[in-house]
Design a protein around this ligand. Structure first.
Ligand code: ADP
Length: 380
């Protein structure tokens, strides 16, 4: 089983021990609202049902009992968990024993919206499946071999030693995309690639020969691109000003930067790209313009640190589904060898370009990369 527990959703899948295709999968969304929705797919069965108001623990219990019917009581041999923060040393999936779980709990302040939910899911899974192997797969792991200049901030060195580093996130998604690229175009997988994971959370990763050398996200999942409700990169002087002149404290700034900024803050309307694309207000259009401007800016910066660009890959809800955003990101990027094929882009074809740099749309699958890691521990 794979579990991917976020702040308001839990994605899950059940795989046969020696197979790549899930027997059942789905997600519980809108946890914390009055109207949580459970979607389940398995065999010929598909359903979405309202679960009312529930928390993560009750939500996981509902998922497990709903899955029981679909998996015909098959025993769970192992549970693979998405864990956002693995700290400075973890660069690969790990068996989750109690010493490691204690260590991971210490990183909760570094990823307050995710880490506590990830770890709560681990404890719930241990209680539900005490005999099963519990495996952690870390979003930071893919980035742990960044060159030092991309791992540090220009603060006194003692902060680096205490763990104030550029970790980078969305690593499971990038790992999957690189595995998939290796299957469809091995030359590209060994070349210079930028992957743009554009969802509610959004980041970009510069990858050379299959390894991350730079990420737009840094110490926290706040940095880099503007997101649904997160600010992305911001001058730290703004934060000092808000503290000194507006009397804001850490809790106020956390709320502002994580929950009220980004597309929501700029549009004054919504964090959801679909809503903004159809809204037609000046503010919604400006929010979209800021989003695509920052992506183009980071794309240029990443091409510079890669020393060129062979492939650009779009994934995440926006990257996969919004032809408009992909087109706006690629506009004016001819100097990087990017020439968009408009018809292929509208059709969300595998390859949507006809220039020297290949632009692709690849649906990401974090569950598949977790299942692959778990299989490694089961030695099948
Ligand atoms: P998360 O980071 O929560 O996993 P997703 O990867 O599911 O988020 O992406 C959610 C985003 O994708 C939302 O902003 C949503 O509006 C956007 N999105 C999904 N489908 C479309 C579409 N057809 N056109 C534009 N945006 C879309």
């Amino acid at each position: 089983m794979t579990l991917n527990a976020g702040s308001s959703s839990i994605k899950f899948a059940v795989y046969p021990v020696n197979g790549d295709h899930p027997i059942a999968h789905g997600q519980l969304e809108k946890i914390g609202s009055d109207d949580a929705q459970l979607t389940l797919h398995g065999g010929n069965h598909s359903e979405t049902r309202s679960e009312g108001s529930l928390d993560h623990t009750t939500g996981l219990r509902r998922i497990l009992s709903a899955l029981d019917g679909l998996t015909q009581g098959a025993a769970i041999a192992a549970v693979g968990h998405r864990i956002v923060h693995g700290g400075p040393d973890i660069d690969a999936p790990k068996i989750l024993d109690s010493a490691l779980l204690d260590k991971l709990a210490e990183y909760a302040p570094l990823a307050p919206l995710h880490q506590p939910h990830n770890l709560a899911a681990v404890h719930a899974a241990i209680a539900a499946f005490p005999e099963a192997l519990q495996v952690g797969c870390f979003d930071t792991a893919f980035h742990r071999h960044h060159p030092w200049v991309n791992d540090t901030f220009a603060l006194p060195r003692s902060y680096y030693d205490q763990g104030v580093r550029r970790y980078g996130f969305h690593g499971l998604s990038y790992d999957y995309i690189i595995h998939r690229l290796a299957q469809i175009d091995s030359h590209a997988a060994h070349g210079k690639t930028v992957v743009a994971h554009l969802g509610n959370g959004a980041s970009m990763c510069a990858i050379r020969d299959g390894r991350s050398i730079g990420s737009t996200m840094g110490f926290s999942a706040l940095d880099g691109l503007p997101m649904g409700t997160r600010s992305g990169q911001i001058d730290p002087g703004v934060l000092l000003y808000l503290m000194e002149s507006h009397g804001m404290d850490a809790a106020d700034l956390t709320d502002l930067l994580y929950k009220k900024s980004g597309l929501l803050g700029l549009s004054g309307l919504s964090n959801d790209m679909r809503t903004l694309e159809t809204a037609g207000t000046d503010e919604a259009e400006q929010a979209i313009a800021y989003f695509t401007f920052r992506i183009r800016r980071e794309l240029g910066a990443m091409a510079a640190i890669l020393g060129g660009l062979d492939s650009l890959v779009f994934c995440g809800g926006i990257g996969e589904h919004s032809a408009r955003i992909r087109a706006e990101v690629c506009t004016g990027m001819e100097w990087l060898g990017i020439a968009l094929d408009a018809a292929a882009n509208e059709a969300a074809a595998d390859i949507i370009s006809n220039g020297t740099t290949t632009v692709r749309v690849i649906p990401t699958d974090e569950e598949a990369i977790i299942a692959k890691a778990v299989r490694g521990f089961l030695a099948v």
